[in-house]
Design a protein around this ligand. Structure first.
Ligand code: XIL
Length: 369
């Protein structure tokens, strides 16, 4: 019997391709036709990706240039890169990404001014002594840091993830960090106010990873409470960034569509713009077979994106990397079978995958905004 490829219909209908043997080396689909940027633009959506200074090889950049209208530095704007030591600011890696965006006529997002999670703070900051008046000194430090970063990049950054991941998924409360110990909720307010002051033209976003799968209920509840509090206190904020690392705990098949819709409805009901800021599909719970896995990833993506694009408040959509070899998930959540993850639109040889086709199909089906 000849080998059969899973058809686009199988992939997009989310049908299992398990019964279909596949030649592993055959590229399943070609990225012919319009770019993802063009398909997105037709619907009023800005499409792009994260880009890291360490992965700027020409073949990869060709894909980024062909497909993206916006990029976001994957790590280079984070405090652990910019401020490895107190009072030393290193903008060189971030400038590399900003320069690439400018040279190629792409927009630039900023990620992130306050990643309020201890794990991602440099050691010196984690152990900082804010002295006799910790609230005053913590506020001074935070405002000064935001001022320096925002003024360095100026109007080039049109949208900032001002605060990232401040909600603890286990408790739904604000995480324990040097800033929350000194300032409580006020550190969030201060971060947004400083961002408004020093990046007055930028869209200001709260970004987090609560997801649509089972197990995210407490996290979603905590984030909603935060979004409500920000509105109640008139904190300057425009958008809600939904990271969209779907399948992140291996629960690719355990979507809670109704709860998820209710969650998004509540956010747009409070007049937040929506963004997909870090899309990828963790394939940890899918079988080893490449074609089966790619079909499962593409089907999950299509379901998710159809739901998300039905919200006209959503007008930015960024992947967290464009090819599998440059995905953070390889090191972060390796598969039990030790084969590389396949979470992004292109494979390690820069061939487009069914996931790219699913994204294109979801964009084509999206209502205009
Ligand atoms: C990740 C990067 O991709 C990795 O390279 C780095 O080691 C850790 O951070 N949520 C976020 C992103 O907001 O900043 C994270 O990026 C992925 C999860």
């Amino acid at each position: 019997m000849p080998d059969l490829l899973p058809t686009r219909r199988h992939v997009l209908a989310g049908l299992s391709a398990a019964a279909l043997p596949v030649m592993a080396s055959t590229p399943v689909l070609a990225a012919s036709g319009p770019s993802l940027r063009a398909l997105a633009a037709e619907k009023g959506i800005l499409f792009g990706s994260a880009l890291s200074a360490g992965t700027m090889e020409p073949a990869y950049l060709d894909i980024v240039k062909a497909e993206c209208g916006v990029i976001v530095p994957e790590n280079e704007f984070k405090v652990y890169v910019i401020a490895t030591q107190p009072d030393r600011y290193n903008f060189a890696p971030g400038d590399t990404i900003a320069g690439f965006a400018r040279d190629n006529g792409m927009k630039l997002r900023g990620h992130t001014l306050l990643w309020n999670k201890a794990e991602f703070m440099p050691k010196w900051l984690l152990n900082i002594d804010f002295g006799a008046n910790p609230a005053r000194e913590a506020e001074r430090y935070l405002r000064d840091y935001i001022k320096r970063v925002c003024t360095h990049y100026g109007d080039q950054v049109f949208s900032w993830d001002v605060v990232n991941e401040t909600i603890d998924p286990q408790t739904g409360d604000i995480r324990d960090t040097p800033f929350t110990r000194a300032l409580g909720f006020d550190c969030i307010r201060i971060a947004f106010e400083a961002a408004r002051e020093y990046a007055p033209k930028a869209q200001l976003v709260y970004n987090d990873y609560m997801s649509w799968e089972r197990g995210n209920e407490t996290h979603r509840k905590g984030v909603l409470k935060l979004l409500e509090t920000l509105r109640a206190k008139n904190v300057p904020i425009d958008g809600f960034g939904i990271q969209s690392h779907i399948g992140n705990d291996g629960h690719i098949k355990e979507a809670q569509n109704d709860q998820w819709r209710a969650f998004i409805d509540a956010a747009v009901g409070m007049d937040y713009k929506l963004l997909i800021t870090e899309f990828d599909v963790n394939d940890k719970d899918l079988p080893t077979d490449t074609a089966v896995r790619d079909a499962g990833v593409a089907a999950a993506a299509k379901d998710y994106l159809d739901l998300m694009f039905s919200y006209k408040q959503l007008d930015q959509f960024l992947c967290w990397g464009m090819s599998d070899n440059h995905s953070w998930l390889q090191g972060w959540t390796p598969r039990a079978d030790k084969t590389p993850q396949r979470p992004t639109p292109y494979d390690a040889q820069y061939r487009p995958k069914p996931l790219r086709e699913a994204i294109a199909a979801a964009l084509k089906a999206a209502p205009k905004r």
